[in-house]
Design a binder for this molecule. Structure first.
Ligand code: SAH
Length: 259
């Protein structure tokens, strides 16, 4: 099988008579999407063609990492959006995912991931699971992913989707992301996918010495993308400064489901 390709396999004996799709991630990990369990989700050649265009767009905006481009090429983004937005899934835009939250723009996902410099088997903590798309991209790069969401409805919906897509190994938490997951610290990388107006000290404590924390931060609506690292004394230093981005806010506390 070829690197980063989608394959439609028919009538595999261990799966029964249902079709399945196997996604090979850029580092050769195998993710199996079962069509019987996600019967309303189909990944067609049209979708794949649209993904190819999306990859070219992202590349033209400056993303160079082949692994990240392969991951975006392989992962069906339309699975992470409500059906009503399916036709827009491969535009390089953020879209609503319910609970007043959004799935990040693909370029932003690629940009933050590139800044994080993920290596295989790195332990990565993501704050703001949202649709699960960013978490799935990290998993496809071979990271061991821990991700936190403060909206209970979104947490449940996304857990369900990620399980069905074969991403059961992504560890998800419904809690306030400012607190991190101290029981699994230290992390090689921390990525915050909501706009912060203050430096998250508690999270930074959970970063390894030499690790990277990518965070959109600043006052006002548009945030500066920064990458901090931790020195031997535990102090933070800015190791990379990126462009400006808009994000939904990094809020404190949790939001319980109303249902
Ligand atoms: N990474 C997501 C982007 C989601 S938007 C994706 O790929 O789709 C940002 C998410 O951060 C929202 O779902 C929002 O509810 C969540 N969020 C904001 N503040 C948070 C906090 N304190 N803890 C955990 N999640 C938070």
């Amino acid at each position: 099988m070829k690197y980063g390709e989608l394959f439609l396999l028919k009538n595999r004996s261990n799966i029964g008579k249902n079709n399945e799709i196997v996604i090979l991630s850029p580092i050769g990990l195998r993710h199996v999407l079962l069509f019987d369990s996600i019967s309303d989700l189909k990944d067609t050649y049209l979708h794949k063609g649209l993904r190819e265009k999306l990859v070219k767009t992202i590349q033209s905006k400056g993303i160079k990492s082949e692994k990240i481009l392969h991951a975006i090429h392989s992962l069906p983004r339309h699975f992470f959006l409500d059906n009503a937005f399916e036709e827009h899934a491969y535009e390089d835009k953020a879209f609503p995912i319910g609970n007043k939250q959004t799935i990040s723009q693909p370029f932003t996902v690629a940009y933050q991931t590139q800044m994080l410099q993920v290596k295989k088997r790195d332990r990565i903590l993501e704050i703001g699971t949202g649709s699960g798309y960013q978490a799935a991209i990290l998993a496809m790069l071979g990271a061991r992913v821990f991700t936190i969401e403060r909206q209970e409805d979104l947490y449940r919906k996304t857990r369900n989707l990620l399980d069905k897509m074969g991403f059961e190994r992504i560890r998800m938490y419904y809690k306030d992301g400012y607190k991190g997951v101290p029981e699994f610290a230290p992390f090689d990388g921390i990525i915050i996918t909501a706009g912060a107006d203050q430096f998250p000290d508690e999270l930074f404590k959970q970063l390894k010495v030499g690790g990277r924390m990518v965070i959109p931060i600043g006052v006002g609506e548009s945030k500066r993308m920064l990458c901090f690292s931790k020195d031997e004394e535990g102090k933070s230093e800015i190791v990379q400064e990126g462009g400006r981005f808009r994000f939904v806010p990094f809020l404190k506390g949790v939001n319980r489901s109303q249902t």
